[in-house]
Design a protein around this ligand. Structure first.
Ligand code: FAD
Length: 474
């Protein structure tokens, strides 16, 4: 970076100097905030410390393969992330299933391996899940009936109620008659992947939010979407293209070291070797970095940011010399394996098949040596997928994200700040801010929209386009 002067260019703001914003952090939250501000006519500079955009959802090269750091999926109800995909012209590259269909393989069924499915019909909520629940083979008839009753009780909860945030989802499930098996084979199957915690470690408020929105709002809400291309194609290359077209100046490899305000209400953002001035700053970095960069007095209790815990996700990557799986993905029961995705096409592999195991809430294994993980997981895949028994393993490697998400523990809600700070012109974004969602791409994009909306409001700038989006996203 060597140019601190902002070129003259189109500006829809007050006469004279263009309205300027600096967005710190080029993950989904920061990229969204930058696009939303630029779309409203603000002159935006986006600063990202790493050599690429995309933050926690990125790709890298390894021996001719393009590898995602972690499998990412989204749901049809993720309206903000879907807006993002549209905005960067990437929606066709990350399509949704026509209709929810999750193959669930139980490695330990009494009569051997057993396949069930979680799916939906076109019937109205909650009948859309009735057939799937009635035929789900991994639960007894009585357990299925109790699951149905608990789902209806969940529907009556208000996820925004602070009292729910303080309670554990696991405790609530037990109180509502859910057996350990029902928790394992249904509630955790979905909840661990979306919350990154087992039910016993998760806030009831966040769990209610996920299950109500995903399973009980609209028949198609839980249809699953995922990128058929590397994540970097969407979150870095296409995002960069959209930012460039919107007139955003994007600087990667540019780590912000401090932020300070002037008496005239403007802000200075320090990067090595230079200072950028702006009317508005959006801080879209993880909570710990936000804590370190926030100027004194910007939050009433900044130390709360440090109380927000983090949770790891481990991805195990296995390249076989032949095809071993015929569905795009499946979820596993009775095995340490959680969710398995076919990454062959997206990675560019020409021969054989590349599977990625997405292991959430991976506290126990995040630091395990590769050899130990190999010894544990290859036999598990042989139990689940018989074709792997004759297949050769061409490559086996792992990606570890120790701080993949904030920990959705009971009580986390009161620690998550909103977009506005007490410092005029300074806003927060990030999946960890108070969006009501767990740490997801949806939460990140929503937070970016909220920060841009708050900033534009304070700047007296038009924000109709955002209101529409936010209403859609809300
Ligand atoms: C393995 C894994 C699997 C996941 N699976 C899913 C999934 O299936 N579905 C889903 O919805 N979500 C999933 N998530 C969560 C999702 O990726 C995140 O919630 C989301 O990407 C967070 O975006 P963000 O912009 O809030 O933060 P981040 O992605 O953390 O972005 C913050 C950015 O700020 C930059 N930065 C930090 N400090 C500075 C500084 N001082 N100066 C400049 N830049 C700085 C960082 O380099 C980073 O790029 C997963 C995450 C992981 C890791």
């Amino acid at each position: 970076m060597n140019d601190t002067t902002q070129d003259e260019g189109p500006d829809t703001g007050s006469p004279g100097r263009p309205t300027t914003a600096v967005v710190v952090g080029g993950g989904l939250a920061g990229t969204t905030a930058a696009l939303a501000l630029a779309d409203a006519g603000v002159r935006v500079t986006l600063l990202e410390g790493r050599p690429r955009l995309g933050g926690l959802a990125f790709s890298f090269q390894r021996d001719g393969l393009t590898v995602d750091n972690g499998q990412h999926v989204y749901l049809r109800c993720c309206t903000a992330y879907r807006w993002f995909l549209d905005r960067v012209e990437g929606a066709a590259l990350a399509p949704l299933q026509d209709r929810l269909d999750v193959p669930v393989l139980d490695a330990e069924a009494p009569a051997g391996r057993r396949l069930g499915r979680i799916g939906r019909t076109a019937l109205p909520v909650p009948l859309h899940l009735a057939r799937s629940l009635a035929t789900y083979p991994h639960l007894s008839l009585a357990e299925r009936a109790r699951v149905g009753r608990a789902a209806l009780a969940l529907k009556g909860l208000d996820p925004a109620d602070p009292a729910l945030d303080a309670q554990s989802f696991g405790g609530w499930l037990t109180e509502h008659g859910q057996s350990d098996r029902a928790i394992e084979a249904l509630w955790d199957l979905v909840g661990v992947a979306t919350l990154n915690a087992v039910a016993g470690d998760a806030s009831l408020g966040l769990a209610a939010m996920v299950f109500k929105t995903g399973l009980l709002s609209d028949p198609g809400a839980a249809d699953i979407g995922w990128a058929r291309v590397p994540l970097g194609e969407l979150h870095d290359r296409l995002a960069r293209k959209a930012l460039d077209s919107a007139g955003v100046r994007t600087e990667v490899r540019t780590r912000v070291t401090s932020i300070s305000s002037h008496e005239n209400g403007r802000w200075s953002v320090q990067v090595p070797g230079e200072t950028l001035d702006a009317d508005t700053v959006v801080l879209a970095v993880p909570q710990r970095e936000a804590h370190d960069l926030l100027p004194a007095g910007a939050l009433d209790a900044p130390e709360r940011l440090l109380e927000i815990g983090t949770a790891p996700i481990l991805n195990i990557h296995v390249v076989y010399d032949r095809k071993v799986l015929s569905t795009p993905f499946f979820a596993a029961l009775g095995s340490p394996v959680q969710w398995v995705f076919d990454r062959t096409e997206a990675s560019g592999l020409k021969e054989g098949q590349y599977l990625a195991l997405s292991q959430s809430a991976a506290q126990d294994e995040i630091d395990a040596p590769v050899a130990a993980l190999r010894e544990r997981y290859l036999p598990e895949l042989e139990r689940l997928l018989p074709h792997t028994r004759d297949a050769g393993v061409r490559d086996f490697f792992v990606t570890r994200e120790r701080t993949a998400t904030f920990a959705p523990t009971p009580g986390v809600g009161r620690l998550r700040p909103g977009a506005r700070t007490k410092a005029p012109g300074l806003y927060l974004a990030g999946a960890w801010t108070a969006t009501g969602w767990p740490a997801t791409m949806e939460s990140a994009v929503r937070s970016g929209v909220s920060a841009a909306d708050a900033a534009l409001g304070a700047l007296g700038r038009p924000r109709d386009h955002l209101f529409e989006l936010f209403e859609e996203a809300a």
